[in-house]
Structure formats: structure tokens, C-alpha cells
Design a protein around this ligand. Structure first.
Ligand code: SF4
Ligand code: SF4
Length: 288
């Protein structure tokens, strides 16, 4: 099984537009996992038809059985998180699931329940591939675990359909979700842009990828905005042994295709379309 993870370290680099283009090029030969679960948007351009939905549980929340509760107030005094109101209602966003209240309740009126924090979906996209994506509930955390779940489902679907390539739209930042995105990957493709913050984030995210001893490649978006900086980025790629896939020129309407529900590679005869096709070809050669 080959796993290609596209990350950027920050938003606005064009990562999702490029990943969606790779998804279109990979078509029925790949399974796509949208691991940017905090701001999942691959579905906007892949138009998935959901074939299976699963609730996602993580952590616990206290629940009071009002038939057993004598309103003694001991639980309110015990809770360090102010999660129990004077009316004996539990605020699930404040409850940390520590279960102290459940243990001290004299009438055993409090039970701990698994907390549903979102859903994940197995879909068939308009690109003829499977898309595994997720939706987090309001205020939910444990994003890293949900990312791990999305990837696990993607592997299961790939195995069941004799497919050997998973394309992952990775999580942003350098925290737990991106670590989950990178776990088990064969290749990381970093999308950066020619700006100081882009270069800084490239270095930060590559330091994370290095810990996984992954092969890495890079696409520099908007390379012509700051040619001096682009040269510095190219020098950095060479020094670190990161395969330089392409330099994409600035395009004012880069995200227009996404807005129209299309990928860049569906806009024929553009330099971007050709460069992204070439990049996908190189990626396939690297992970063979
Ligand atoms: S400790 Fe138990 S009985 Fe007392 S108020 Fe809380 S839930 Fe009710
Ligand atoms: S489980 Fe812990 S945090 Fe939640 S209500 Fe009970 S004491 Fe408070």
C-alpha cells in the first residue's frame, strides 16, 4: 500500500486545489482521504455521494439519571470544571469526562457515556474514486484520533477494492492531526508559496516530516511573486534532499476552479494544469 500525504503547514498555499487535482488524475486507481478534518473541503470539488455514515465517538461525558437523583448537590461541589448547573444539567462542552461525580454520587445516578464528536463518511466521488471524509461536531477536539480513523477506513476500502494508492489531504499545522496524517505515509508532498511565512512553514513542517524519515517532495506555488525568496527555497530543498516537483506561477484566479466545483487540471491548456499533471506523474514514479 502506498500513501501520499499532501501538507502545507499553513492555509492559503493552494494545497487543497492541488490535492483535488491529484485526486482527479488518480481517478478510480486511488482512494482519497480528507484528513483536513477541521476544515474539510475536498468534498466541495469532489461532489461525493455518501454510501456509508458512521458516528465517531471519543471521550466520555457524564449523564445524570433524574429518576435516581436526590438533588443533594454533591456532584456540583465535586466538579472542578463547573460542568454541572444548579439545575443538575451537564454542560457537555465543559465536562472533561473525569468521572469523579459518578464515583461520589450517593445514589449512583451518574453514568459516563461515550461522546459522539462527529461523523465520518465513505463516499464515491464524481472522479470515480472513494473519498473518506469527516465532520467534527461543534467544540469537538481529538482531531488527531479522527484523522487516524479516516486513514484507517481509507486503507480498509483500498484493500477491499484491490487498490494500492491512498492520497491524503493532510491536516494543517504541525500538531497532533498532522502527525496522524503522516503516520504510515510513504511520501509527503509539501505545497509552499514564495513568501516569508510560506518558507518558514515549509521548514517547520519538514522538520516534522523528517521525524518520520519520509521521502519528501515540494511544489512552490506563486514562485514568481518573489524570485529571490524562491531561489532560497530551492536551495533549501536541495540542501535537505527534498525533490522539487514544480514551480507554479501566480494566478489571480487560482481558486476559481474550486469555486466552480472543478479542479485545476479540468481547466485544460493552462500552464498550471500541465505542471500539476507533470507533478502527479513524478509522484507516481517516486512511490512505485
Ligand atoms: S450527586 Fe447524585 S444525587 Fe447528588 S445531585 Fe448529583 S446526581 Fe443527584
Ligand atoms: S465527569 Fe468530571 S468534569 Fe464531567 S461533570 Fe463529572 S466531575 Fe465534572
Amino acid at each position: 500500500m502506498k500513501e501520499i500525504v499532501v501538507i502545507s503547514g499553513k492555509g492559503g498555499t493552494g494545497k487543497t486545489s492541488i490535492t483535488a487535482s491529484f485526486a482527479k488524475l488518480g481517478a478510480e486507481e486511488i482512494v482519497v482521504a480528507d484528513c483536513d478534518v477541521d476544515a474539510a473541503d475536498m468534498h466541495l470539488v469532489m461532489s461525493p455521494e455518501v454510501i456509508h455514515t458512521e458516528d465517531y465517538y471519543s471521550g466520555f461525558v457524564a449523564k445524570i439519571d433524574e429518576n435516581k437523583c436526590t438533588q443533594c448537590g454533591a456532584c456540583i461541589d465535586t466538579c472542578q470544571f463547573d460542568a454541572i448547573s444548579p439545575e443538575f444539567n451537564i454542560n457537555q462542552y465543559k465536562c472533561e469526562g473525569c468521572s469523579y461525580c459518578s464515583e461520589i454520587c450517593p445514589t449512583h445516578a451518574i453514568k459516563m457515556q461515550e461522546l459522539c464528536i462527529g461523523q465520518y463518511f465513505i463516499s464515491k466521488s464524481r472522479m470515480n474514486n472513494y473519498l473518506i471524509h469527516a465532520k467534527l461536531g461543534i467544540g469537538a477536539d481529538n482531531t488527531g484520533k479522527l484523522v487516524a480513523m479516516v486513514k484507517k477506513e481509507a486503507r480498509k476500502i483500498a484493500e477491499a477494492n484491490n487498490l494500492n494508492t491512498i492520497l491524503v489531504d493532510g491536516s494543517p499545522g504541525i500538531g497532533c492531526p498532522v502527525l496522524s496524517s503522516l503516520t504510515g505515509a510513504n511520501l509527503v508532498c509539501i505545497v509552499t508559496e514564495s513568501s516569508l511565512s510560506g518558507f518558514h512553514d515549509l521548514q517547520r513542517v519538514y522538520e516534522v516530516a523528517k521525524r518520520f524519515k519520509l521521502k519528501a517532495c515540494c511544489i512552490i506555488n506563486k514562485h514568481d511573486l518573489n524570485t529571490k525568496l524562491t531561489k532560497q527555497i530551492e536551495d533549501y530543498l536541495e540542501k535537505e534532499g527534498i525533490i522539487h516537483l514544480a514551480n507554479l506561477p501566480y494566478m489571480a484566479n487560482f481558486s476559481d476552479a474550486m469555486v466552480e466545483g472543478k479542479t485545476i487540471v479540468e481547466k485544460e491548456n493552462t500552464i498550471h494544469s500541465q505542471l500539476i499533471k507533470d507533478s502527479w506523474q513524478k509522484i507516481k514514479e517516486i512511490v512505485v
